[in-house]
Structures are given as C-alpha cells and as structure tokens.
Design a protein around this ligand. Structure first.
Ligand SMILES: [Zn+2]
Length: 67
C-alpha cells in the first residue's frame, strides 16, 4: 500500500514512513521529522481521511439507551 504524506504530498510506502500518526481514527504517514512536526502542529489543516488509512472498524460501538 502507498499513502500520501499530507504535509509535503510525497508518496510513501507503508512501512517506510518516518512515523505514523493516528488522528480521529485515521493513520497518517509522514516522511520525515519536519513533516511530523508540521502535521502535529496543524492537525486540523492536514488531517484528510482520504489520504490516510482508516484504523477504526466499521462496527458501531453500542449506544447507551435512555429510557
Ligand atoms: Zn513529507
């Protein structure tokens, strides 16, 4: 699998990323420490789920019922 670094736009092979950061149920692959820092400081700007790998299962956690 190949993922796109959301900061610099470089394509990174799974397992060759400098670091993988999970944010809101999505794994983001960053190529270098600089991209990691940039990503961590601007999560809302760079976090685009279509670029990462979803980590959450699709099964829903049961909701509490209020009776
Ligand atoms: Zn990068």
């Amino acid at each position: 699998m190949i993922f796109k670094d959301p900061v610099c736009g470089k394509y990174i092979q799974r397992g060759k990323a400098h670091v993988v950061i999970e944010y809101e149920g999505v794994n983001y692959f960053l190529c270098c420490p600089r991209c990691q820092t940039e990503f961590e400081h601007n999560l809302k700007l760079y976090a685009r789920p279509e670029l990462g790998e979803k980590t959450r299962k699709l099964t829903q956690v049961p909701h509490h019922h209020y009776n």
